[in-house]
Design a protein around this ligand. Structure first.
Ligand code: PEP
Length: 226
């Protein structure tokens, strides 16, 4: 089983979300007889405010997509203005990205805060996709999937070499037994299989390439041929 987890980041509004799902459904339905997604777990992580709509459209179109959040509150509930808790998210999502390098760098999220977030996600039965910029970054025991994402490869069009990514994934697995490890950093249809074909890499986390339904579908299509 390989994961393909699309991170929309702070992109799209309601109209654009409707458009993405309609186009993806159109593309997918034309080819669904010829591709098998049985060995793939497909996840889309829209902004919080679009999750109810994404769920509604996913169900309406019968798409084989799970949903995830891009962040989660470190608190259970209460007087924490602006926070979205794991218990709120779980009504719509099955996955939670935690510790994306943009959260670490631009919002000052520390290892301690991220560890709290992982606990909240776990207790709400969300599958945690815990992002780390390097192999030595601490991974909370509650994390289910570790996403290795070198900062210089995010949104730059430059990727880690598959060989190096595979070695790092093996190292992360040794340090954190039992966890799946995925790669993120400028993944697209053209390079996805160079990562997925490695036994040590359990999936990918495309950002930019998940925004366009055709690009995301092409990643799925190529991955399905492995
Ligand atoms: C990401 O969203 O974590 C990411 C790796 O983005 P991109 O695929 O655009 O580099």
């Amino acid at each position: 089983m390989k994961y393909i987890i699309g991170n929309w980041k702070s992109n799209k509004n309601i109209v654009e979300t409707r458009d993405w799902f309609a186009k993806f459904t159109n593309i997918y339905s034309k080819q669904k007889e010829t591709i098998s997604t049985a060995n793939l777990t497909l996840v889309i992580c829209p902004p919080f405010i679009l999750l109810p709509l994404a769920k509604e459209l996913r169900d309406k179109y019968g798409l084989p997509l799970s949903l995830g959040v891009q962040n989660i509150s470190p608190f259970v509930e209460g007087a924490f203005t602006g926070e979205v808790t794991a218990n709120m998210a779980k009504e719509f999502a099955q996955y939670a990205i935690i510790g994306h390098s943009e959260r670490r760098e631009k919002f000052g999220e520390t290892d301690n805060i991220l560890s709290e977030k992982a606990k909240r996600a776990k207790s709400a039965s969300l599958t945690t996709v815990f992002c780390i910029p390097g192999p030595e970054t601490p991974v909370p025991v509650e994390a289910d999937i570790v996403a290795y994402e070198p900062v210089w490869a995010i949104g730059t069009g430059k990727t880690e070499s598959p060989q190096k990514a595979g070695e790092v994934a093996e190292y992360i697995k040794k340090k954190n037994p039992g966890k799946s490890v995925i790669y993120g950093g400028s993944v697209k249809a053209e390079n996805v299989n160079s990562f997925l074909s490695l036994g040590s890499i359990d999936g990918v986390l495309p950002g930019g390439s998940s925004l366009d339904p055709q690009s995301f579908f092409d990643i799925v299509l190529n991955a399905s041929s492995l």
